[in-house]
Ligand binder design. Sequence first.
Ligand SMILES: Nc1ncnc2c1ncn2[C@@H]1O[C@H](COP(=O)(O)OP(=O)(O)OP(=O)(O)O)[C@@H](O)[C@H]1O
Ligand SMILES: [Mg+2]
Length: 328
Amino acid sequence: MKKILEVKNMSIDFIHKKTKINAVSKLSYELYENEVLGIVGESGCGKSISVMSLLGLLSSGASVEADHIQFKGRDINGLDVKALSKIRGQEIAIIFQEPMTSLNPLMTVGKQILEMYELHTDLSLKEALNETLEMMEKVGLKNVSSLYHAYPHELSGGMIQRIMIAMAMVCQPSILIADEPTTALDVTIQAQILNLMRALNQKSHTAILFISHDLGVIKEMCDRVMVMYLGYVVESGDVMAVLNAPYHPYTKGLLKSIPNPQKRHERLYSIPGRVPNMSDRPVGCPFCERCEKATEKCSAQLPELRELDKGHHVRCFYPEMASEMESL
Ligand SMILES: Nc1ncnc2c1ncn2[C@@H]1O[C@H](COP(=O)(O)OP(=O)(O)OP(=O)(O)O)[C@@H](O)[C@H]1O
Ligand SMILES: [Mg+2]
């Protein structure tokens, strides 16, 4: 499979009250054509900023450094806003959790899709209009000629997310970044949107970088997954390997805290302790303060991310295979 993105040693810092706070460290990964790569982890671990940084979408107080960010063989690390926005329009599309805020409330949804064609293709108005209606049908919207004239507030959350996906697909991007695209939707609509994204991925070979805090959704959607904790990837690999036979105590804790309908009477497990602030991140392993297995070495030294099985990487001195992980 062809590699389309390679991020090598990315770190992201924020300046806060004149001190530099490191929010993401040593982030390296590859994304291949046609694959869905998940990023999972608790709130604040750095999922969103890790992808926003690719497109220069972070606030001005942020600084991003990397050995390289290779997109289709070209280093896009440090490109200016104009060059990055060109890539964003045409090659890498992004959809967010709160789609409503990304749409113009004063323009009909159809016109907003049409504008994407006008901006990024050479089609005539008539052709662009036809393509717009066709794209609306492709993403599963009904009565598209009348829906074209609706304003965002007239649509449900699920319909809005379909409009966002339609806009993202106009330029047939090589990468679709989906940042918790279904968190705001109810469960049945969530399933429909996930199916739609999976279908688009299979039909158009668009690679997807898929962010979620929900391991069930990650399991449904992704081929590979990276588990993040406090700005570090702590485990990564094929989704089945990571979720069925995790090595890292944090991944195991995340899996254990998923409610199990068969054990409704039992208390829900939660990982002991709380996530520290980025500003008082331990010097050693980011998870050491909450880990039952931690030793002095863990608090003093950061473990490297190392490959234990083929393609399965773990950042832990004492990785342990889960003996009897219950499947999700
Ligand atoms: N503009 C900013 N200034 C300072 N710190 C920031 C800024 N944006 C993000 N951060 C910090 O970076 C860290 C990672 O944020 P990010 O939004 O990537 O988290 P996340 O994993 O996407 O969380 P969530 O699941 O809640 O969306 C957080 O600790 C946050 O406080
Ligand atoms: Mg986020």
